[in-house]
Design a protein around this ligand. Sequence first.
Ligand code: ASP
Length: 342
Amino acid sequence: MKKILFIACIVLYGCAETPKQEPKPEPTFGIVIHGGAGTILRKNMTPEKEQEYRAVLAEAIQVGHRILKAGGSSQEAVEKTIHVMEESPLFNAGKGAVLNAEGSIELDASFMRGDNLDAGAISGVKTIKHPISAAIQVMEASPHVMLSGAGADTFAAEQGLEIVAPEYFFTERRINALKRVQEAAAAKKTSWTPEERNFLEHQRYGTVGCVALDLSGNLAAGTSTGGMTNKNWNRIGDAPIIGAGTYANNATCAISATGWGEFFIRSVVAHDISALMEYKGLTIQEAAYEVIHNKVAKLGGDGGVVGIDRNGNPMMEMNTPGMYRAHMDAAGNLEVKIYQDE
Ligand code: ASP
């Protein structure tokens, strides 16, 4: 009897000790993009304009989706998707970027990969056609993470990236926007009509970003921007700062942010979302909600984030009336949205 009991104990102990095998998720992929968050209101939008934005968002995300579907890397998907938006005059990145106080253009971008936490960034560049590619090149071909100003332009030229005359980036719309913002500043106005406030706030935004998960389970994130209209003294926002505007880690998620950069730097938005997932076990949605609504908003900032977690779950969160954004899953389902309530 004793012997039987002894054997039973051993068997039960053995069963209890067998480590539970988590079912390994099937390889999947996905991609999420944004084209800036801000005071984007239906009443200020024409159906044609809205259609134009939706079309470029759809075109851009499909470029990345094709790469991922064919087994390409999340790095390539993010880079090529952002190229489409950098080339579109609709967005505040590459062509169509906002003007600084001197009437010139200074571009910022960053990129991060989730498998080895490699990252690259450039800020204040003036001649690089695709700032996102320069950020990637800093990661791949220099011993540094961030290059700025004329040095970054020189580096990109030496690396053989496409260089353009500064005029390439200029658009009528951004020239007029700078004029209006500077006129408003010169008038030293302290109160604004709702229309004026809308206009001025809208001029801050339009950054582009992309996050992707590839079939090998690798995450990547990239962000590219012209910063804020009328920015001064070589101001740099969150977009080129790893951990603030961009972050990727295969253990958690990939994040790209857009919004009032000063608040996003102070809240270390992109890394904070990843950290809440890593250390507190929050989902990507819960983590993003916490950071945008309970941290950035409480400091007085606004904007949004897009992300994707290591299982392919997408996230698009904002505390502004709108954010240009799109998501595509492995099955090819596409959603393109502009307003917060969509
Ligand atoms: N975050 C960018 C910046 O502050 C602006 C934006 O996202 O629209 O430079």
